[in-house]
Write a protein that binds this ligand. Structure first.
Ligand SMILES: [Zn+2]
Length: 111
């Protein structure tokens, strides 16, 4: 099984009780999906019928999947952020110097 098949399987709702996958011939109105928010993560569950949803809720809730930490920035991204920040500071400095120069020139012309 390659990774593409795994992705397709993950996108297809599967009943948490009987393990049946949602098919094209199934009436979408029969299927139920619930999203349970825990403080530590989020759990999604699908059911082929109200009876199976009821059965699932009658049991203790399963542990939520572990929260996936955000991927750390790689060196290229850090360099880009540092570069953009440096450019912004330089642009601000050039603007201030230009403004001071214009004001001095205007005062010089007036005086
Ligand atoms: Zn079911």
């Amino acid at each position: 099984m390659n990774s593409a098949e795994v992705d397709v399987a993950a996108a297809t709702p599967t009943c948490q009780i009987c393990g049946r996958s949602w098919g094209r011939d199934d009436d979408p109105e029969d299927w139920l999906g619930v999203e349970v928010d825990f403080s530590g993560g989020r759990l999604y569950a699908a059911f082929c019928s109200r009876e199976h949803a009821q059965e699932w809720f009658a049991k203790p809730l399963p542990e939520p999947p572990p929260r996936v930490p955000p991927a750390p920035l790689d060196t290229g991204e850090r360099a880009l952020i540092f570069g953009v920040g440096t450019l912004a500071v330089l642009a601000a400095a050039v603007f201030v110097i230009g403004a001071i120069t214009i004001v001095r020139a205007a005062l010089g012309w007036l005086g």
